[in-house]
Design a protein around this ligand. Structure first.
Ligand SMILES: CC(=O)N[C@@H](CCC[C@H](N)C(=O)O)C(=O)O
Length: 394
């Protein structure tokens, strides 16, 4: 595999090398907190970069995470760049030579592209020592389990690794490949996971009066949840309640005595998320009372706060990308996607932007497919931006 002997040019990894790396990462998708092969691959590549001003840091409490510190020649500040690493429980439905080789798992959210872009930027600064310090965060568990929050809470970003400004990107299927989309203020929603475990009484399909059917209880609950956004949330503010996974029962003629549901709440402002949580709880208690069953409800926000881009940092970034004729920039609307980057930017001033990848299918789709021309466009944009940022005084 190409990653063993990369022959890194003065300008860092070439576009062809980056595409090979992206394709390799695409083939080995791993779920949140299980990114073992991904992490080993990234480290194998990083060890081929010039090592004299680069420090590779790992964390025992978050073993797949990697922090790479690039020591500056005359550091005025520390600039951070974060990528996520995990994949989704989706079976890839693309016909590709580099299709996922892990059944039921896929980089359907573009994290293979995110990691590749981070490596591309890092490889350049491995050969061109920056004046400021740079810290590259390769973060596990963005889709679930709040890897960003776990990483921050480990304390690794304090003291000598304190970051002054933090940047990250997310691929966007609807923008042309390489287009940078951004906005000041809220870019992504905050989210909260819903887990509900229904317990009733199983029985024979022929004797419903002797059982307590959790398929019926769950169905009523699910439909009632859909009234929250329609009837409780201010339509100007908006929100989402999606139950993406339900399971119950074992046979057509057995009444299910248990059922499970797993979903997600989204809103752009925290008070709306709190309101939706209250309504989910109230509806759940109502279903318990009316069906005489037990429902164990867990609402888990962890670090998935709204991603609120910091005003000054974002204005500077937008000024750079919008005034550079080589960059295609568009202002975007807030989106109901979530990100635990929201936790990081609640702690560290920073911002996220979209990178257009012109996919024929949506994020999280089994047919998600990024146009690889976006990789080099993003690498060049971030190298140019960091270099211009390092020339500034404040
Ligand atoms: C960018 C993206 O798609 N992120 C995920 C984050 C999921 C957060 C949490 N686990 C939840 O499901 O609520 C998303 O689905 O937006």
């Amino acid at each position: 595999m190409i990653i063993d002997d990369l022959q890194i040019a003065d300008c860092g990894l070439t576009e062809a090398q980056l595409i090979d790396i992206r394709r390799y990462l695409h083939q080995i998708p791993e779920l949140a907190l299980q990114e073992v092969q991904t992490s080993a691959t990234l480290k194998a590549i990083m060890h081929q970069f010039k090592q004299d001003h680069i420090e590779i840091i790992t964390l025992p409490e978050l073993p797949t995470a990697i922090l790479v510190k690039v020591h500056g020649t005359n550091a005025q500040r520390t600039i951070g760049y974060r990528t996520d690493m995990d994949a989704l429980a989706v079976s890839e439905d693309n016909d590709l030579s580099f299709k996922s080789t892990n059944p039921g798992k896929m980089h359907a959210c573009g994290h293979d592209i995110h990691m590749t872009v981070a490596l591309g930027i890092l490889s350049y600064f491995a050969n061109h020592q920056p004046s400021d310090n740079l810290i590259f965060i390769f973060q596990p568990a963005e889709e679930n389990f709040a890897g960003g929050m776990r990483l921050y809470e480990s304390g690794i970003l304090s003291g000598a690794n304190q970051i002054d400004e933090l940047y990250a990107l997310h691929t966007n299927p609807d923008l042309a490949a390489g287009t940078i989309g951004c906005r000041n203020g809220t870019l992504f929603a905050g989210t909260t996971e819903i887990h509900a475990e229904f317990t009733g009484i199983s029985g024979h399909a022929a004797f419903p009066h002797q059982a307590n059917d959790m398929v019926v209880a769950l169905s009523q609950w699910l439909v009632q949840l859909q009234t929250i956004v329609a009837r409780n949330v201010d339509p100007i503010k908006g929100g989402v309640v999606t139950i993406g996974n339900v399971s119950a029962g074992t046979a057509n003629n057995v009444i299910a005595g248990s059922a499970q549901a797993h979903g997600t709440i989204r809103a752009l402002q925290q008070p709306t998320i709190d309101l939706i949580k209250e309504r989910v709880t109230a509806i759940t208690r109502g279903i318990e009372a009316s069906f005489g069953c037990q429902i164990k409800l867990t609402l888990n926000q962890d670090g998935y706060f709204p991603v609120v881009n910091a005003p000054q940092i974002t204005a500077r970034f937008i000024n750079y990308v919008s005034s550079n004729p080589a960059i295609n920039y568009v202002e975007t609307q807030p989106a109901m996607t979530g990100e635990d980057f929201g936790y990081l930017v609640a702690k560290i001033p920073g911002m996220m932007f979209w990178l257009g990848v012109d996919s024929p299918a949506a994020l999280h789709s089994s047919k998600y497919l990024a146009n690889e021309a976006a990789i080099m466009a993003a690498v060049k944009t971030m190298i140019g931006f960091i270099e211009s940022r390092m020339k500034e005084e404040d």
